[in-house]
Design a protein. Structure first.
Ligand code: AMP
Length: 191
């Protein structure tokens, strides 16, 4: 199973991605987590990414695409994967198409978590109290929502046109939302 998780910042993507990936026995690949790990280790990639992340901007496509290409080439991603937070731009969609085509693979599903944007800002402000993430200030949080609307929301139409889109209500208890996602995906795996 090869799938993508999309949704605005704070929609609970990372949490749900981990649950679903575990259920399917595939790696959850979060570009945000990989960037944060690199920032933590002070690698050149981390240093480059940090300036964008702290400002709530997207890391440039060239940097992100190369990172994902390397990660998808790892043996554990060969039977399937769940991409959490990638692609986020139309250019990244094209790049991913190329990577998959090169290995004769294709996507099975794109899950989009939908949540009201003010609810999201409130969730993120709450997370900010404990996360220690430098991109969890109110100004940056609001900017990240705008960047999502401008650059990532258009991808929803692209994947809907391809018949891959599963829109899931992201509001509710974590287990409740997981159930909704797994039910939606069940339809896909059964064809
Ligand atoms: P996330 O944890 O998914 O919210 O990602 C945190 C930050 O990492 C984002 O605000 C971006 O700065 C950066 N990032 C993560 N994924 C991508 C991507 N696909 N393209 C560009 N930047 C990304």
């Amino acid at each position: 199973m090869r799938m993508i998780f999309m949704g605005p910042p704070g929609a609970g993507k990372g949490t749900q991605a981990a649950v679903v990936a575990e259920k399917y026995g595939i790696p959850a690949i979060s570009t945000g987590d990989i960037f944060r790990a690199n920032v933590g280790e002070g690698t050149p990639l981390g240093l480059e990414a940090k300036r964008y992340m702290d400002a709530g901007e997207y890391v440039p496509d060239s940097v992100t695409n190369n990172m994902v290409r390397d990660r998808l080439a790892q043996p554990d991603a060969e039977p399937g994967f769940l991409l959490d937070g990638y692609p986020r731009t139309l250019a990244q969609v094209e790049e991913l198409d190329g990577m998959l085509a090169a290995s004769g693979a294709s996507l099975d599903a794109v899950v989009v978590l939908t949540v009201d944007s003010e609810e999201l800002v409130q969730r993120l402000l709450k997370r900010a109290e404990t996360s220690g993430r430098s991109d969890d200030t109110e100004e940056v949080i609001r900017h990240r929502q705008d960047v999502y609307t401008e650059q990532t929301a258009p991808l929803i139409d692209v994947y809907r046109d391809r018949g891959l889109l599963l829109e899931v209500d992201g509001l509710g208890e974590v287990t409740e939302v997981s159930e909704r996602i797994l039910t939606a995906l069940d339809g896909v795996s059964r064809g």
